[in-house]
Design a protein around this ligand. Structure first.
Ligand code: ADP
Length: 164
């Protein structure tokens, strides 16, 4: 049984994240989607909202589990969950520069390897912050997120320019 971990804040989950998670599920027996708690500065959506978006988008795949990461090192959580490998999406060189030190430190701390999957070319520009920015000004985000997330963004940003 191979277990992969796909961590992130998913604030909110985008079709770019979902493509990586689904591809990981074709390679590994089980994929644990690890949802990080909001940092001290807070996020747009609560942890339970972010988890519900993921559950809605991935309910057709029984090999995927969605879990909140407790406030501890990711590799400690990964060890507790008996994870074999961490899977990360790479949109480009900026992601690589950010992810490489974390991957090396995580391996030194725990022996757990990180595997990178290249982003789908049509989602390689996509980030949660870009989606939030478009939604804040009532732009169309239907290409980038699920209908459930689209509706939640609409309710969140009821007036143009409201900052959350
Ligand atoms: P973070 O919380 O680290 O800012 P996210 O929660 O947005 O990042 O994303 C978690 C993971 O998903 C990261 O490995 C990131 O590279 C990857 N990712 C984010 N957006 C995309 C995308 N459009 N295509 C592929 N991978 C992505």
């Amino acid at each position: 049984m191979s277990i992969a971990l796909t961590p992130g804040s998913f604030d909110p989950v985008t079709r770019g994240h979902l493509a990586i998670i689904r591809r990981a599920a074709t390679i590994f027996d089980t994929v644990i989607v690890a949802v990080a708690q909001n940092s001290s500065k807070g996020g747009t959506f609560s942890l339970s909202e972010r988890i519900s978006f993921l559950e809605d988008a991935l309910h057709d795949l029984p090999s995927i589990q969605i879990k909140e990461v407790p406030r501890q090192l990711l590799v400690e959580f990964a060890r507790d969950e008996k994870v074999d490998v961490i899977v990360k999406g790479l949109r480009g060189a900026t992601d690589f520069d950010y992810e490489l030190p974390m991957a090396l430190a995580n391996r030194q701390l725990s022996g757990i390897e990180t595997i990178f999957l290249p982003a789908e070319s049509h989602f390689s520009h996509l980030s949660s912050s870009l989606v939030r920015e478009i939604a804040r000004y009532h732009g169309d985000v239907s290409l980038f997120v699920t209908p459930f997330v689209e509706q939640a963004l609409r309710e969140k940003f009821v007036s143009p320019g409201i900052s959350q």
